[in-house]
Design a protein around this ligand. Structure first.
Ligand code: UD1
Length: 314
């Protein structure tokens, strides 16, 4: 019986956590409904027990949770603009599915659930860096949905004693992130376009900034969260990021070097629901997990460009 369940195992972050667990010799079950996950992302993960199903269905949640000890809950409908276009779908896939999963986890005697929170919970508060004691200020349906999941996590620790840990991710990027949808993360889109010699679009003036976090850092934080003593982390929420920020204009300039793209970006109107600046205070994850970023932004971006370049050659 697998010890670990990864939800969204065919998605970008779920796939990466699954691969790291397998590399440690762990037994893993993965679940995905393939709404945004890709079958191709399961290549190389043949050793997992895979369940195709949708967490909006309580029966799927029960099957997924049976016998496991630790869950990495990565399944979601990511993207702020997707939630602006269809808030109900985001709510169903982020809130209803999370509640179903927690109920199934409690019923199955799962010990710990580690939840993919989102920096979008902080919203457009002017204070930087964002630290965990700040009041949330969700600006989009996506932010509301991810934040609601956080509240359910904490409530399940308080009421049922399930060990839950919330990791608030900040703009994760890296290999296996889908670059093909206009709901994709900006770096995935820019890498694909610029490698193909196509002009990327910057929404707004490009001076918005993000704490872009390379995937290996997020995987590292999750593995630490799985291993941390319950008295340190159960019912806790913490940022998972690099603690540095960069503007889109600066990022574009670095990508021009890395990809060899010779043109300029196109500038378009700012996107609804966007926030201006985002930067994490990462001290709490340092204290509670011993977390330190493993790969800095430029090196992460270099590896990411190389990965998309290799994909484009296939
Ligand atoms: C938000 C959340 C993040 C969450 C992610 C899920 C914040 C601070 N972050 O990221 O935690 O995981 O949603 O999708 O709320 N942009 C362009 N051109 C493009 C695409 C995007 O200029 O082609 C711009 C956007 O307008 C935005 C920035 O790039 O200003 C980043 O966008 P995106 O990658 O979608 O992430 P966030 O919305 O910041």
């Amino acid at each position: 019986m697998p010890k670990y369940l990864v939800t969204g195992a065919a998605g970008f972050i779920g796939r990466s956590i699954t691969a790291a667990l397998l590399a440690r010799g762990e037994e893993v079950r993965g679940v995905d409904n393939f709404i945004t996950g890709k079958r191709a992302n399961l290549t190389g993960l043949d050793a997992i027990e895979f369940l195709e199903g949708d967490l909006r269905d309580p029966a799927v949640c029960a099957q997924a949770c049976a016998g496991v000890e630790i869950i990495f809950h990565e399944a979601a409908l990511a993207s702020v603009p997707r939630s602006v276009a269809d808030p109900v779908a985001t709510n169903e896939c982020c809130v209803n599915a999370t509640l179903n999963l927690l109920i199934a986890a409690r019923n199955a005697g799962v010990r710990r659930v580690i939840y993919a929170g989102s920096s979008s919970a902080y919203g457009d508060t002017p204070t930087l860096p964002k630290h965990e004691a700040m009041s949330p200020n969700p600006m989009s349906p996506y932010a509301v949905a991810k934040l609601t999941g956080e509240h359910y996590m904490r409530a399940f620790t308080r009421v049922y004693g399930l060990e839950t840990v919330v990791l608030r991710y900040f703009n994760v990027f890296g290999p296996y992130q889908d670059p093909t949808s206009h709901y994709s993360g900006v770096l995935a889109i820019f890498c694909r376009k610029m490698l193909a010699g196509q002009q990327p679009t910057i929404y707004g003036d490009g001076e918005q900034s993000r704490d872009f976090t390379y995937i290996d850092n997020v995987v590292h934080g999750n593995l630490l969260a799985a291993a941390a003593p319950a008295q340190n982390v159960a019912g806790c929420m913490m940022n998972l990021a690099t603690g540095a920020r960069i503007t889109l204009n600066q990022t574009f300039a670095i990508l021009r070097d890395l990809t060899g793209y010779g043109g300029e970006p196109e500038y378009a109107a700012p996107r609804a629901g966007d926030i201006r600046d985002s930067l994490a205070d990462i001290h709490l994850a340092g204290e509670l997990l011993g977390y330190q970023p493993q790969v800095e932004f430029r090196e992460g971006l270099r590896r990411t460009v190389e990965w998309y370049r290799a994909c484009a050659r296939e």
